[in-house]
Write a protein that binds this ligand. Structure first.
Ligand code: ATR
Length: 277
């Protein structure tokens, strides 16, 4: 029930209408009986939108494509890991001092680490990251925070080498992948995503070299990568885990309350399985 005390949360992005975050966060508010609402918003002008969020009393806001980098110019403070990643996906507004203070965080790396932790503790492990885009940056810096040894491979070598240099880790060209052994492989590319469901970001014959295989693609939930990996005896972690855990980390930053993980995951599953997904 929305009333005069309802706390405001939301997501800014463009497009934003397919975001599953409203379902996940509103399910958590309902489950815990918290008086909050989380809405999708598509800003026509980011600077104006940010002023609006500040002045209207928003408590927490998610930031998605294409605003994750541009939003950083407006913030009063930025979490050090988000600064290293170079992208913010979470805003926390604080009004305790009379003035509104907004700090930016990145919970994608927290989500990735917690998702991987479903299968193995990343500390001291070697993890091969496939891809070198924004998602790979968050996953890569996050793994380093967690004490993992990272390797990067990418279709476009120059871009892969650039990320590897920033992460101070080795780059593995496609031709050398057969020699690589690692404790886990994480796909951060969109390869395998609906409707290109037959795509796979690595030769499946190499999958036995990676005891744990994680995908950040969640539509379909079982990508070809995860299916081929499971068929070869690897442990698999689906993309819904990262989405759910990054959302849970946001929920905690905003409310100070441990997120109801099962409720959030079920809301995401229901949405993906609905005919309108
Ligand atoms: P995001 O911010 O979501 O990570 P991005 O910055 O566009 O998106 O990065 C996409 C990543 O997926 C890149 O590593 C890209 O590889 P290139 O650098 O070679 O473009 C990778 N990618 C996308 N489509 C791919 C495909 N069909 N095969 C291999 N890699 C692909």
């Amino acid at each position: 029930m929305i009333d005069g005390h309802t706390q405001l949360f939301g997501i800014i992005g463009d497009p934003v209408e397919h975001s599953l975050s409203p379902l996940m966060h509103n399910a958590a508010f309902a489950h815990l009986g918290l008086n909050g609402v989380y809405v999708p918003m598509r800003p026509a002008d980011l600077a104006e939108a940010f002023k609006g969020l500040r002045s209207l009393g928003f408590v927490g806001v998610s930031v998605t494509v294409p605003f994750k980098v541009a939003i950083m110019d407006f913030l009063d403070a930025i979490d050090p890991v988000a600064q290293k990643i170079g992208a913010v996906n979470t805003l926390v507004f604080e009004r305790t001092t009379g003035r509104v203070h907004c700090k930016g965080y990145n919970t994608d790396w927290l989500g990735a680490n917690q998702a991987l932790a479903e299968a193995i503790d990343p500390a001291g492990r070697t993890v091969l990251i496939v891809g070198a885009g924004g998602a790979a940056r968050a996953v890569g810096f996050g793994l380093i925070e967690a004490g993992a040894h990272v390797l990067v491979t990418n279709r476009t070598e120059a871009k892969g080498r650039e990320l590897a240099a920033q992460l101070a880790c080795p780059f593995v060209p496609a031709a050398d992948l057969a020699q690589v052994r690692a404790d886990a492989l994480i796909n951060t590319t969109s390869v395998g995503m609906d409707p290109h469901v037959h795509g796979i970001p690595i030769n499946p014959e190499l999958l036995p070299h990676f005891p744990v295989v994680m995908d950040i693609v969640y539509a379909p939930l079982e990508t070809r990568l995860l299916r081929e990996a499971a068929a070869r005896g690897c442990r698999t972690v689906d993309g819904l885990n990262m989405l759910q855990y990054q959302g849970a980390a946001q929920f905690f930053l905003w409310t100070g309350i441990e997120a109801p993980h099962a409720v959030m995951r079920q809301a995401l599953l229901d949405a993906l399985q609905s005919p309108h997904a």
